[in-house]
Design a protein around this ligand. Structure first.
Ligand code: C2E
Ligand code: MG
Ligand code: MG
Ligand code: MG
Length: 277
C-alpha cells in the first residue's frame, strides 16, 4: 500500500517499516547504479526573484521511477542511502545531470543558477571537493551557476570541518545554502559560524502563515537577520495566492513553491520559461 502526494509516491509505514521490502528496494537501487542510474530522474522546481516574480534559478530534486509504484519520493530513499556507498555515485550523477541540464537554459536567462541538494554522507567524503570540480569541468558549467544546499543532516557534521568545506567552495566561486533552515539542530548557531550565502526557510513555517502570528514573527526575524548580514533568503513551500500575497512584506530574496510550479522534468521547465511570470 502506498500513497500519492502531488504526483509522487510516498511509501507509508507498511513499506518503510518493512525491512524485507526495504532491502529489496535498496537492491533495485544498486541495480540502477550499475546501469547509469537508469530509472532515476532529475526534476527541477523554479526559484523566482521576489522583486520581479521572474524565474532566476531552479532546484534539482531527484525521483526514482519504479513500476508498479510510479515516481518515488526522495524523502524516503535518500534517507535509506545515507549509509550506503552508492550515494556517492548517485550524488555525482545528480550533479552531472543538473550541470548538463543548466546548459539548456543559461542562454535564455542571465546569471541563471541551479541548487543541488547535498547529503551529509556526500559532503563528509574527502573526494567530494574533487568530484564537484571535475564535474564542473566535464560539463562546462561555471562555478557561479552552482549552489550546494546543505540538507538537515549536514548540520550534525563537525563545525570546523564544515567551515573548511564552505571556504573551499567559496574560493572556487560556488555558493552554499542552508536547507530546512529553522528546523532540527543548530540552525541558528551554524548560520552564525559559517559564511552561508543563502538560508532556505523551512516550509513548515510557511503553511497557513497568513493565519499564524507566531510564524509571521519567526519568518520576518529570519529574513531581517539575513538582510542585515548580506545573506540571501529563499521562502519555500508557497502553495497558493494567499500565502504568496502575504509574504511579500517580508523582503526575502527568493520564492519557491507549488504556486509557481511543482518540480518538473527539464523539457517542461524550459516551456515554463516561455510563459510570462
Ligand atoms: P528539500 O531540499 O527541502 O526540497 C523541497 C521539497 O519540498 C521537495 O520535495 C519539493 O517537491 C517540495 N515542495 C516544493 N514546493 C512545495 C510546496 O509548495 N508545498 C509542498 N508541500 N512541498 C513543496 P521532494 O522532491 O520530495 O524532496 C524531499 C527532500 O528530499 C528534499 O527536501 C531534500 O532534502 C531531499 N532530496 C531531494 N532531491 C535530492 C537530491 O538530489 N540529493 C539529496 N541529497 N537529497 C535530495
Ligand atoms: Mg533543498
Ligand atoms: Mg528545502
Ligand atoms: Mg526540506
Amino acid at each position: 500500500r502506498y500513497e500519492h502526494h502531488s504526483d509522487l509516491v510516498i511509501f507509508n509505514d507498511e513499506i518503510c517499516g518493512n525491512n524485507e521490502k526495504q532491502f529489496e528496494l535498496i537492491g533495485l537501487i544498486h541495480q540502477c547504479a550499475t546501469s547509469h542510474f537508469e530509472g532515476f530522474r532529475l526534476f527541477y522546481q523554479p526559484i523566482a526573484d521576489t522583486k520581479t516574480g521572474k524565474i532566476r534559478g531552479m532546484e534539482a530534486l531527484i525521483r526514482w521511477e519504479l513500476e508498479p509504484y510510479g515516481l518515488i519520493s526522495p524523502g524516503i530513499f535518500m534517507e535509506w542511502l545515507e549509509e550506503d556507498p552508492c550515494i556517492f555515485d548517485l550524488g555525482n550523477w545528480i550533479l552531472r545531470t543538473a550541470l548538463k541540464d543548466i546548459g539548456r537554459i543559461r542562454d535564455k536567462i542571465p546569471h541563471f543558477f541551479v541548487n543541488v541538494n547535498i547529503s551529509a554522507a556526500q559532503l563528509s567524503r574527502k573526494e567530494f571537493r574533487d568530484s564537484v570540480m571535475t564535474i564542473l569541468k566535464e560539463t562546462g558549467a561555471r562555478p557561479e551557476e552552482l549552489c550546494l544546499e546543505l540538507t538537515e543532516r549536514c548540520r550534525d557534521l563537525d563545525v570546523t570541518f564544515l567551515k573548511n568545506e564552505v571556504d573551499f567552495f567559496h574560493s572556487k566561486g560556488i555558493k552554499i545554502a542552508l536547507d530546512d533552515f529553522g528546523t532540527g539542530n543548530s540552525s541558528l548557531s551554524l548560520a552564525l559560524e559559517l559564511p552561508i550565502d543563502e538560508l532556505k526557510v523551512d516550509m513548515s513555517f510557511i503553511k497557513d502563515i497568513e493565519h499564524k502570528p507566531q510564524n509571521q514573527a519567526m519568518v520576518q526575524s529570519i529574513v531581517d537577520y539575513a538582510n542585515r548580514t548580506n545573506t540571501e533568503t529563499c521562502i519555500e513551500g508557497i502553495e497558493n495566492q494567499e500565502v504568496s500575497d502575504y509574504i511579500h512584506q517580508f523582503g526575502a530574496t527568493w520564492y519557491q513553491g507549488y504556486f509557481y510550479s511543482k518540480p518538473v522534468p527539464i523539457d517542461q521547465f524550459e516551456t515554463l520559461l516561455d510563459v510570462p511570470h
